[in-house]
Ligand binder design. Structure first.
Ligand code: ASP
Length: 300
């Protein structure tokens, strides 16, 4: 937020990229950057995108290994190439060409989460599970969760920039790209209208062009909350055609969250299930706001 304040406000893209870098740099967070949960081979592969409203340009990387600040690399793609999306080995080479430092992103804690998952996958493979007590308490909990960060900023000129960064779905197939690096799926900005970003099961967000669809709803006059609800319901209706995505109670068995911001500064977070929050700074104070939701979460 400090970066957006006058008298010398930064480009809002630099502000959002710096914001998410705080978490990408944190080895104890397992959703993005250093310490992110790895793919099924135990290798961390990051996805990120950024979009610059006033320029109407975007940059993205997918399957980036060994460089923790994926959103910064995505910004470099936007600023220093004629492309939008660079993947895998090419993304790493591009990052190194621009001086990004290579490092092992798999922390010991994330490796243990992966190992726990690997050892509990099958009774018939050759991996034998260690007693649960041998694993740190939070390993089993984390090994079943994932995460992503989307950050949008609206500055005093009314310009909007946004980024989405993630280590993707935990234990994904190597090379799998989610919604975060796909412009229109996990991130979208139209400087005349607003922005949207997402977290959760990326496949459904790609299939429904989720973030683009929310911004289009806002273009036609919907408030951020109503736009997110309309698209989340569309995502659910489409997903439920696939039996394996249905829980026994008929609801979706996956999560999706949409975060939208319009040109007037109105915002909303809409989640599949109750209990989620998102962070907002309105220029005066930072606060956590409850997400709206489609379904009441089951008590466990
Ligand atoms: N949306 C991310 C992906 O599908 C994962 C997440 O948000 O948990 O890669």
């Amino acid at each position: 937020m400090e970066m957006l304040r006058t008298p010398k406000p930064a480009d809002p893209l630099d502000a959002v990229v710096a914001g998410v870098a705080l978490v990408e740099d944190d080895p104890t967070d397992h959703s993005v950057g250093l310490g992110g949960l790895p793919n099924e081979d135990g290798v961390v592969e990051l996805d990120a995108s950024c979009m610059h409203g006033p320029m109407g340009r975007a940059g993205a990387v997918a399957g980036l290994r060994n460089v923790k600040n994926a959103a910064s690399v995505a910004r470099m793609v936007l600023r220093r190439t004629d492309h939008v999306l660079i993947v895998g080995e090419g993304a790493l080479r591009f990052a190194k060409a621009h001086g990004f430092k290579e490092e092992n992103l798999l922390t010991d804690e994330a490796r243990e989460m992966w190992l726990w998952w690997k050892e509990h996958l099958s009774e018939t493979d050759k991996w034998l599970a260690a007693p649960d007590a041998d694993y740190p308490e939070n390993v089993r909990i984390w090994a079943q969760t994932t995460g992503t960060i989307h950050c949008s900023a609206l500055d005093a000129n009314g310009d909007i920039c946004a980024t989405t960064t993630t280590s993707g779905l935990a234990f994904k197939l190597p090379g799998r790209a989610g919604d975060s690096p796909i412009i229109g799926a996990g991130n979208y900005v139209d400087n005349d209208v607003g922005s949207c970003g997402s977290t959760g099961r990326g496949e459904e967000l790609i299939l429904n062009a989720g973030s683009f669809a929310v911004v289009e709803q806002m273009r036609h006059g919907a408030a951020p909350k109503d736009a997110c609800f309309a698209i989340l319901k569309r995502i659910v209706a489409n997903a439920l055609k696939t039996p394996r995505l249905r829980a026994p109670d008929g609801r979706p068995n996956f999560d999706v969250k949409l975060y939208a911001l319009n040109k007037a500064g109105d915002h909303a977070g809409v989640s599949m299930f109750s209990g989620a929050k998102y962070a907002v700074h309105d220029g005066t104070e930072a606060k956590l706001v409850d997400c709206e939701f489609l379904y009441e979460a089951k008590k466990v």
